[in-house]
Design a protein around this ligand. Structure first.
Ligand SMILES: Nc1ncnc2c1ncn2[C@@H]1O[C@H](COP(=O)(O)OP(=O)(O)O)[C@@H](O)[C@H]1O
Ligand SMILES: [Mg+2]
Length: 290
């Protein structure tokens, strides 16, 4: 059996090169306040991978996606062991487009801060009188540049996204920018509406797209997981203040109350967090995690 080493180890994901495909492994690591905690949240990786699979299946009529399989039998022998079972996705390798496609259906976080100062979010004027966490009249597309490692992503306007893409793909900037925006809004609308019917608000999220070998735009990366999105419980939703995170609130609250914890949660808090991930998966899909 051939040993394989990840070509990239992100905060919570590991990526393996497999020729013209990739294997994306979601680990059980969890980050809070931008720190990786010392605990493993058992099954979190599987929940996230299976959630992406669920959304990829649901939206393949809107835009093609990079998913090939989540069955380790379709992957090299190295992956045929328990630690990769369920949390690994075999994906088509894409030439990624250098834009983070962000869509916001609710006003929160940096968007709320900016709106309070200027009435704008990423250059888009919003109606007056919005409260924190309010639902927007229409979801807004607020792209950012995808920064090189170590640098910060920068919010850009839709017009700037055309120019940015044009730099990398001369003659294609406008076409790609339009498609990214239209796909992003269509994906968000369909999935956020569905999630709401199942009791989860998807306040905002980020998609990444790439080009396949024929130059076709394909949806990549992870899709609508709580790591790439803000998930709020619909129950108890109330504008006028911040909303609890569906998955991380228990851990965040405990960390805030225990500043000397050295980023290590007690098992009771880990167990409650595990239960939240499983609950979120079951609410969205209507099924227990296999
Ligand atoms: N199908 C794909 N082909 C090639 N690269 C991809 C594909 N899907 C996602 N990626 C890239 O893989 C990387 C995943 O890294 P990630 O763990 O999210 O860390 P980060 O976002 O900090 O770079 C990102 O650079 C993403 O753009
Ligand atoms: Mg990423």
């Amino acid at each position: 059996m051939q040993e394989m080493k990840p070509i990239k180890e992100g905060k919570v994901r590991e990526i393996y090169d497999n020729g013209d495909s990739l294997i994306m492994v979601a680990t059980d690591r969890i980050s809070c306040f931008d720190e990786i905690l010392n605990n493993q949240v058992t099954k979190k990786g599987t929940v996230l991978t299976q959630m992406s699979k669920f959304w990829f299946d649901m939206t393949k009529d809107i835009v093609p996606n990079h998913m090939i399989s989540v069955d380790v039998k379709d992957m090299p022998e190295f992956f045929q062991r328990p630690e990769f079972d369920g949390n690994s996705m075999l994906c088509r390798k894409l030439n990624m487009l250098p834009i983070e496609c962000i869509v916001r259906g609710y006003i929160t976080g940096s968007g709320w801060a900016s709106y309070q100062k200027t009435g704008l979010v990423c250059g888009i004027r919003l109606p007056e009188g919005l409260k924190e966490s309010d639902r927007l009249p229409e979801p807004i597309y607020t792209p950012s540049t995808k920064a090189e490692q170590g640098e910060h992503d920068e919010n850009i306007s839709y017009e700037q996204s055309i120019a940015h893409l044009e730099k990398f793909f001369p003659g294609k900037g406008e076409e790609y920018a339009q498609k990214l925006r239209d796909y992003t809004l269509a994906l968000y609308k369909k999935c956020a509406e569905y999630a709401l019917s199942r009791g989860i608000i998807i306040a905002d999220t980020k998609f990444e797209f790439g080009l396949d070998e024929n130059g076709v735009i394909v949806l990549g990366d992870e899709m609508l997981t709580p790591d790439s999105s803000r998930f709020w419980p619909a129950e108890g939703y109330e504008p006028g203040h911040g909303q609890p995170s569906f998955d991380k609130q228990i851990a965040r609250d405990w960390l805030k109350a225990n500043p000397d914890s050295n980023w290590t949660l007690p098992q009771e808090i880990v167990d409650k967090t595990i239960a939240k991930y499983l609950e979120g998966y079951e609410m969205l899909t209507g099924e227990k995690l296999a």
